[in-house]
Design a protein around this ligand. Structure first.
Ligand code: RIB
Length: 295
């Protein structure tokens, strides 16, 4: 099974802090570290760690960060040769504060903003030959829509992780095979204020909502709600947990796992990923996930 990830690559500049600062406040932090990140690269890396055949599509600059990010993907077995190195633009960076078992993130897109329709045309054959294409929203929305359309025409399912949150055109929501927002993203996408179960049943078999400490939920094709609790974890850094969840979920769904098994697998992978600093350092192997699930 071949998975393609089309998305962002960032260098994460991560500072630990005793707490999340208030607006207008200065506080003293702990350590500053540079970690490979970006939602797209994180998802690709997590898939590589889980043993999937995965290729990354996106753009970086012709700078040291760009080389470090692609080298790191290759170390996890990700096919990173399609990542384009662009002149005159810097690799994306994310400024991350880690505190209170959570984080805040500001992304400076850099080369991620240049993932163009021409670039997609140049890799279209590879995308059409994939068994699943995964995307997020840290590259231009036009590009996400273009890839979704290309995949729809080729019969390739798309998993869209709609993060960071932004409104999406209804036809895009219809076209994707799987949509994986968190609760806040789901409320924004669907202008939804009622019980989450109603939304899950309306979008049965497609919508998977992550619920932080409460795990994740979806409705199966019969409209039965499946809600699986989060796996316990010794949390160090939650950065990349959502990306690990998406990667593990994608792998489980395309290998044909039942929804409940797929959610449990993704929850366990996400929990493990939080136990080390940095988005990618804690991403588990298949054996580690199985062990955590008690299988
Ligand atoms: O999902 C976590 C990621 O969001 C970080 O690695 C950061 O780069 C931002 O893209």
């Amino acid at each position: 099974m071949k998975i393609a990830v089309v998305g962002s690559l960032n260098m994460d500049m991560t500072v630990t802090s005793p707490r999340i600062p208030h607006k207008g406040e200065t506080i003293l932090g702990g350590t500053l570290s540079f970690f490979p990140g970006g939602k797209g690269a994180n998802q690709a890396y997590a898939l590589g760690r889980l043993g999937a055949q995965v290729a990354m599509y996106g753009c970086v600059g012709q700078d040291d960060f760009g080389s470090q990010l692609t080298d790191n993907l290759a170390r996890a077995g990700v096919d990173a040769r399609w990542v384009m190195r662009l002149p005159d633009v810097k690799t994306g960076v994310a400024l991350i504060t880690v505190a209170e078992n959570d984080n805040t993130i500001v992304v400076v897109p850099g080369a991620n903003a240049q993932v163009s329709l021409d670039y997609i045309d140049s890799v279209a054959d590879q995308l059409r030959q994939s068994d699943l294409v995964m995307m997020q929203l840290e590259i231009p929305l036009d590009t996400v829509a273009y890839v979704t359309d290309l995949c729809a025409k080729a019969g390739v399912p798309v998993l869209l992780n709609p993060a960071p949150a932004r409104p999406l055109p209804p036809h895009l929501l219809e076209q994707v095979r799987y949509l994986t927002p968190n609760e806040h993203e789901a409320a924004l996408l669907f202008h939804h204020q009622g019980p989450l179960d109603d939304l899950l049943v309306t979008w049965r078999g497609k919508l998977v909502v992550t619920l932080g400490e409460n795990g994740s939920a979806m409705a199966d094709e019969d409209g039965r709600i499946i809600c699986t609790p989060a796996s316990p974890a010794q949390v160090v850094d939650t950065t990349g947990a959502g990306d690990t969840f998406n990667a593990a979920l994608a792998l489980a769904l395309i290998r044909g796992d039942e929804p409940e098994t797929a959610l449990r697998f993704a929850n366990a992978a996400a929990a493990l990923s939080t136990e080390k600093m940095g988005a990618q350092a804690g991403m588990p192997t298949l054996d580690e996930v199985r062990k955590r699930m008690g299988d």
